[in-house]
Structures are given as C-alpha cells and as structure tokens.
Ligand binder design. Sequence first.
Ligand SMILES: [Fe+2]
Ligand SMILES: [Fe+2]
Length: 172
Amino acid sequence: MAQAAATVAASPPVGALPPPPTLIDCILRDHSNTLTLFSYFFKATSLGDAAVQDMTASALALDLRLHSHAETVVLYPILQSRLGPSGAQWATRALAEHSMIEQSIADVLALRSVGGQALENRMKQMQTEIIAHLAEEESQILPTVAAALSQVCWACAAAQRGKPWHAWQGGP
Ligand SMILES: [Fe+2]
Ligand SMILES: [Fe+2]
C-alpha cells in the first residue's frame, strides 16, 4: 500500500503528461501490431507450432476486423466529406479492399482446422493484400488527410462521431 502511494506520488503531474495520440498515431500503431502478428504466425509456422499458428490467425482476424470497422466509421467518412472527388475515390477503393480482406479473413479462419500448407499459403496471400493496402494508406491517404486537417480536427474526428478511435474498435 505504502509502495503504491509512493508510486502515485512520484508520477508526473497531469500537465506534464505527453499529448494523447492523434488518430494517425492510432492507425499507424494498429498497422504495426498487424504486421507483428503476421511475423508471429510465420515464426510459429517455421517452428511447426500449430497451436500458436491457430492463436495468431485468430488474433489477426480480430485485429483486422476491429481496425477495419474503426476506419470505416471514422477515417473513410473524412475522406468522403473533406477531400473532394479524389478522397471519395480513395474511400471507395479502400472499402473494396476491406471487402477483399474480409474474404481472406473468412478463408483463413476456415483453414485453421486444416492447417499445414493450405493455411500458410492463404496467410501469405492475405499478408500481401494487407501490406499493399497499408502502404497506400500510409504513403498517400494519411499524409493527405493530415495535411488537410488540423491536429484539433484529428483529435475531434472520432469524438464527433460519439466515441474515441479505440472505442470504435470495440464495435458499434
Ligand atoms: Fe484500411
Ligand atoms: Fe488501416
């Protein structure tokens, strides 16, 4: 108890805390987590660890679905409403890619019980799709949105829709 109180007393004052992450920070962190989960899956594959393969495939499915939902609700409406025809085109293309990724997720989940080369091959295909999608978001969409909106707008974008980014990831 005394140790906990001492820890709290040693914490920096609220005013000294770093600023909260922006929406871009949250999206980039999600992308990084996704790529890490792929690396765990392929590491487990190289070790022949079917249990970890199954776990990481399931974790990836959840991770991707939550991220996709949050982008659909928060990011893509910004593209559609604030960035003119090119933003709307990006949103349309990105949503189509999300549909393709959702099909890949369904295939991967179905292949968990099969395992082996079939699961590995489908996971490699999904990884390729996702890397291309993330690359487009990170190299084109996010910088354009960041340039178009102030940090204040970024901070408010998710809240204006009723919840912060990570709350959207919890689903509607
Ligand atoms: Fe996306
Ligand atoms: Fe994304």
